[in-house]
Design a protein around this ligand. Sequence first.
Ligand code: Q0N
Length: 287
Amino acid sequence: MPEAALHVGSGKVRELYALDDDRLLLVASDRISTFDVILPTEIPDKGRVLTGLSAFWFARTRDICPNHLLALRADGRSTECRRLEMLPIECVVRGYLSGSGWKDYSVTGAVCGHELPTGLTESAQLPQPIFTPATKATTGHDENIDRDAAAELVGGDLLDRVERVSLELYRFAAEHAGSRGIVIADTKFELGFDDEGRLVLGDEALTPDSSRFWPAEEYRSGGAQPSFDKQYARDYCESLGWDKTAPGPELPEEVVAGTRARYVEAFERLTEIRFDDYLASPDVVLR
Ligand code: Q0N
């Protein structure tokens, strides 16, 4: 627990604490969700992997968009952040047709107002990445919205800016990851304004929790793809015939170990830094 800090919010797997008027502490837990349910078993170091990966991307995308990162703490899972005024939309970019994008396309032929070519299959690569904003649901699922609905929430000019920045961040990361054997199928950014009116990237970015990571060597469009990180846990949960309602099942130690190894592998492939070196001094990802 952080020293003398007010808890200001929690996601399913991260917590936010106020450090002072200008700064927050974002702490990534080792909790894991499958099928939208948090499991009772943690994956050791998952929060450190995601924190290190996010910081790695923050350090390398500053020229595209400044970010909220002020400092990485020695525990490897806590980030001191600049406090922002967050936009009321989730900034999603999709390079491939999966999840709610695939669902919407198969019903309407479009995703968030982007009319797509006919005949695309599940997990198909799109002709070009698309910006598909969503509302921030306080309960349940985020809802995909079209350009007009998003402009209603943030204004048309800001929406144009947010779309350009989001697409540029995605293109940079997808290209980097692709050359290291990981497909970033889609990703979600959270943007906000700092006290000087700059548009700033917040939250955790370009991690397997905020994105779909697929192993490139197994990619084949025409159906659902295995998740780079969560596939062992999903397969195990499915093998039990679990009905996917809370509480989820405990994971056996071999599934925990296999899942942890996949997170560490994603970290090492993408950063080209040994995870042990990150644990010894987290700032290695910032250099
Ligand atoms: C904030 N959320 C999204 C983290 C994500 N830098 C910031 N300044 C002000 N507010 C936020 C941030 C950030 N990051 C982002 N909520 C507040 C959802 N949270 C859920 C908890 O974990």
